[in-house]
Write a protein that binds this ligand. Structure first.
Ligand code: PCA
Length: 215
């Protein structure tokens, strides 16, 4: 049975929930016949990678999908690329605030996801939910975990495919935020993740559909 490790970060930046892990918790235990292993990980530069690697050792997954909050984005966005850079605008949950630091001294400048992200995007859209490919995961802990997981897969777990999804604020988070702040209901976020994961299981190769940006 295919096994997929799906992680979500804990709340950070003054929020009381993180829609990433809240949505991960709503996922079924199997998707398209694959077993879903759910894990909350700390929003901490130095601790998130080791937490994922411990779970990789314990569960031996075939794929790893890390999920994080991107407040300000309006729909689920699937990340294409992680860069070898940490540049934190706010301290993480342990007070770490790296500025212009490499994540791995011997790592590549960047890694592309090894998941079939266009097939994932397409499957979410075909179920009537908006979804885009994103070409930056930022420079905070989400880019850090995506980079570090792809780094460890390149170095130590060549058979694991990995990638990252950013999710918007959940409805309840924007109740006291300015009018117009983008959000999605949590169950729609969870459904988007489920359809993305379904396509991960069903597509070993990605599909060739247009998704790029002109700016
Ligand atoms: N989002 C942050 C870190 C944790 C999370 O859920 C980010 O996008 O970097």
């Amino acid at each position: 049975m295919t096994r997929i490790l799906v992680t979500g970060f804990d709340p950070f930046g003054g929020e009381s929930v993180n829609p990433a892990f809240e949505a991960v918790k709503l996922l079924p235990d199997t998707i398209a016949g694959a077993e879903i292993i759910k894990l909350e990980i700390p929003t901490v530069f130095s601790k998130s990678g080791p937490a994922v690697e411990a779970a990789i050792k314990e569960h031996q997954p075939d794929m790893v999908l890390n999920v994080g909050q991107a407040g300000g984005r309006s729909c689920v966005s699937i990340e294409k690329v992680a860069i070898n850079l940490a540049d934190a605008r706010i301290p993480d949950n342990a007070g770490e605030q790296p500025v212009d630091e490499a994540l791995q001294a011997d790592g590549e400048t960047a890694y592309f996801t090894t998941l079939p992200i266009k097939a994932m995007m397409q499957n979410v859209r075909e179920h009537g939910l908006p979804c885009v490919i994103s070409y930056t995961a930022g420079t905070y802990v989400c880019n850090c975990i995506m980079y570090n997981v792809l780094y460890m897969c390149a170095k130590r777990y060549p058979n694991i495919r990995a990638g990252f999804i950013h999710v918007p604020y959940a409805s309840e988070q924007v109740v006291t935020k300015p009018n117009g702040t983008p959000f999605m209901p949590l169950d729609a976020i969870a459904k988007s993740l489920e359809y993305a994961i379904e396509a991960m299981v069903r597509n070993t190769e990605d599909v060739k559909v247009q998704a790029g940006e002109t700016h």
